[in-house]
Design a binder for this molecule. Structure first.
Ligand SMILES: [Fe+2]
Ligand SMILES: [Fe+2]
Length: 241
């Protein structure tokens, strides 16, 4: 069994004292780390908006905070990130994918982010990593933007453009779940036989399914997955202990 930890929407800035929605990104991530370590994750995926300002300092700082959290570490960018700066300053120990073979599963990391638009973008090039799936193993897809609405207008207006381009390439016999970030709240849904799950932010979240961002007082969170090679899986949230 493979334990995968998803951390998302950390929104660190170059200045470690900068706030994000009234919270300190570094402090809240550090508050969450003991509960994350208690899971002894085998793999870590950062699913975008790792930085607020795409600064080298923010990426170097988070790489240092997370370097001993899991033996395997991977990432994909969000709309606040800059892919090249992120790759350089997270460093070679953070894998950009796009195909991970973890615990008998195939995990595809898709890039839906553009720095000039908070909405999600898909095209043939961005979707090409799906062609690497063998069809011989259970699979998950990680992407920053929500592939279906999460019933929260404030963030659904910045959802995925033309999500059909993604859905028409997914086989529910193979892809068990799509994991995403971006929405800063916990969400679990299903579309065409595939589970759709968000991880809440490690800095600031909204209460679920609200018209406007409505601060969730229960603190930073993350999501874990337990993956068995025959295709069984479980998931849950990590909260500050
Ligand atoms: Fe975010
Ligand atoms: Fe985002």
């Amino acid at each position: 069994m493979f334990t995968l930890l998803q951390l998302t929407d950390c929104h660190l800035s170059a200045d470690p004292d900068a706030s994000y929605r009234g919270e300190n990104p570094d402090t809240n991530l550090k508050r969450l780390l003991p509960a994350c370590r208690a899971l002894s994750p085998d793999g870590l995926i950062l699913s975008g908006d790792v930085s607020e300002d795409a600064s080298p300092e923010s990426y170097r700082r988070i790489a240092g905070l997370l370097e001993d959290l899991a033996p395997r570490r991977a990432w994909l960018p969000g709309n606040h990130d800059e892919r090249e700066i992120m790759a350089e300053h997270l460093g070679p120990d953070f894998d950009p994918g796009p195909l991970l073979k973890w615990g008998g599963w195939e995990v595809v990391l898709l890039d839906s982010a553009r720095a000039d638009d908070p909405r999600g973008h898909l095209d043939d090039q961005r979707l090409a990593p799906l062609e690497a799936l063998s069809g011989q193993a259970p699979a998950m897809v990680f992407i920053h933007h929500q592939p279906i609405p999460v019933n929260a207008h404030w963030i659904d207006k910045y959802g995925m453009i033309e999500p059909e381009r993604l859905w028409q390439r997914l086989d529910p016999n193979q892809v068990k779940a799509i994991a995403f970030g971006h929405v800063h709240q916990a969400f679990v849904g299903e579309h065409r036989g595939i589970q759709c799950l968000s991880a809440p932010s490690t800095v600031a979240n909204s209460q679920a399914e609200t018209q406007r961002f409505t601060p969730d007082p229960t603190g930073p969170k993350a999501r874990w997955y337990k993956l068995w090679p025959e295709g069984r899986w479980l998931t849950g949230l990590v909260s500050v202990g």
